[in-house]
Design a protein around this ligand. Structure first.
Ligand code: FRU
Length: 505
């Protein structure tokens, strides 16, 4: 049995250590990898530097959870060596032992990861896909002697996400990966996870700044109807997000077992910076990257986790000894809103799981060109549910993690139909010139109302607007003493129809 190294709960090691979001105890992490629900446990593997708190020595760290909220960190699962760094990838449960890695009655978990071959190694300079397997439920891993199993001789071929396809075209494994600099998702099929055959490619399409990384492809019912499935292709890109730097876009369409056809592509070809707002983004904030979904999540739920950071400043954020949290796990679904199909996201833990105590409520309060501090609503780890009815104000919203009128502003500009997070006065911003920013997302009133659910967690703010139709995720680094919460309106009046604060620490 494995050794459990640590469980991180609220308040350990420093005022920025989140209570609700996963962080490694004292090391660096980036992309979530190999997300899988297996034998009653959610496994979260991730890009990890076991030896430091900046990027390097890329290996797969490992944590597990029974409830997607409290995580237990385990020893490194797959470690880099003198030949290769272990870049991002995925894990499947090979229940019929198609790979032959099983033993007796034990079917293997198989990790498909990118070998980033090092200088001096046999495949120097190449990125290719490799396998490792586990027969003890995901704690210890053996690399396959026949690695790599899929090479294109490319230096930018990475981030394989593998799933089981069972459909009209047959039953086999499908891999989606990227040719990062070509803005291409490449699709392969296999019967045994070891030999792979090219199916098709997708892209370039929509946003093509930087490189494409960490793709995912999965079906979702439209408006909850299992007889009406659409496929969603997610592609992370860096830089080139809607508010600069790293972000994830998605396409909706069909997959026939060989090719993905998008019905949501706006433009083909090179990126048009003026069109970023027309593309579909998983999240409009600066800190939601490398999002990928779980394999085998219970009840057919599609659950995603992203790395809560941005490559623009990732190595400089002022946390120690750990660096970078994961996002909250999210459940995603496809909904028709105003005649348009779009992804909708909710925190995967419902209110009950996250339950704390509702410490503060307010309703039917109008403010006019004013900032009103909410005595009794102070906190550093909270869920805020707020509905605004716009009046004459040109902007209105909340100032959270505040100190006087300074703090992080989460607001709405109704005439511009935008939601924004302004973190210019959010606390420490001096560690990187691109960190202080006002970031925006398109949002429309719903029957005249703007509804926000906001999770504040020591060093982050995650906004789910209009029931999860638009999300914005941002890191912030306020002083421990900046705890006030205020509502405000500028240039006229706005009404807070309801506001409820639930303390979650
Ligand atoms: C995305 C990424 C992946 C790569 C990994 C390396 O953040 O660049 O493309 O596999 O990080 O750590």
């Amino acid at each position: 049995m494995e050794t459990l190294t640590s469980t991180h709960t609220a308040g350990t090691a420093g005022s920025y250590r989140p209570a609700l979001h996963y962080t490694a105890k004292d090391t660096w992490l980036n992309d979530p990898n190999g997300l899988i629900f297996h034998d009653g446990l959610y496994h979260l593997y991730y890009q990890n530097n076991p030896l430091g708190n900046t990027w390097g020595n890329m290996s797969w760290g490992h944590a597990t959870s029974t409830d997607l909220q409290t995580w237990t960190e385990h020893p490194v699962a797959i470690a880099c060596d003198e030949d290769e760094d272990i870049f991002s990838g995925s894990i499947v449960y090979d229940r019929h032992n198609t790979s032959g890695f099983g033993s007796g009655s034990v079917a293997p978990l198989v990790a498909i990861y990118t070998s980033a071959f090092k200088t001096g190694s046999l495949h120097e300079g190449v990125q290719a896909q490799s396998l490792a397997y586990s027969l003890d439920g995901g704690y210890t891993w053996t690399k396959y002697a026949g690695n790599p199993v899929l090479s294109r001789g490319s230096a930018e071929f990475r981030d394989p996400k593998v799933f089981r396809y069972d459909g009209d075209a047959g039953s086999y494994w499908v891999m989606v990966a990227v040719e990062a600099k070509d803005f291409q998702v490449v699709l392969y099929k296999s019967d045994d996870l070891k030999s792979w055959e090219l199916l098709s490619t997708f892209g370039p399409a929509n946003a093509t700044g930087g490189v494409w990384e960490c793709p995912d492809l999965f079906p979702l019912p439209v408006d909850g109807d299992p007889a009406n499935l659409k496929w969603v292709l997610t592609v992370n890109l860096n830089p080139g997000g809607p508010n600069k730097g790293s972000a994830g876009q998605y396409f909706i369409g069909d997959f026939d077992g060989a090719a993905f056809t998008s019905t949501s592509t706006v433009t083909e070809g090179l990126q048009d910076p003026d069109r970023l707002g027309d593309y579909r983004w998983l999240d409009w904030g600066r800190d939601y990257y490398a999002a990928v979904s779980f394999s085998d999540a219970p009840d057919n739920r599609r659950l995603m986790i992203a790395w809560m950071n941005n490559w623009e400043y990732a190595n400089s954020i002022p946390t120690t000894p750990w660096r970078s949290p994961m996002s909250l796990p999210r459940e995603i679904s496809l909904q028709t809103n105003d005649g348009k199909l779009c992804l909708v996201q909710q925190p995967a833990n419902d209110r009950t799981t996250l339950a704390g105590s509702e410490s503060f409520c307010l309703s039917g309060t109008t403010i006019d060109d004013d900032v009103r501090f909410l005595d009794g609503a102070e906190g550093t780890v909270q869920r805020i549910d707020v509905s605004f009815a716009p009046g004459s104000a040109e902007q209105f919203g909340l100032i959270l993690r505040g100190d006087g009128a300074k703090g992080t502003r989460v607001g709405i500009r109704p005439h511009q139909a935008t939601l924004f997070v302004d973190r210019r006065e959010s606390g420490r911003t001096d560690f990187h010139p691109s960190f202080p920013s006002i970031d925006t997302a398109p949002v429309r009133g719903k029957q005249g109302s703007y509804d926000l659910t906001i999770f504040v967690d020591r060093c982050s703010v995650e906004v789910f607007a209009q029931d999860g139709q638009v999300t914005m995720t941002e890191l912030i680094f306020p002083a421990e003493t900046s705890t006030s919460l205020a509502v405000y309106a500028v240039g006229g009046a706005a009404t807070i129809s309801s506001l409820q604060v639930t303390q979650l620490a």
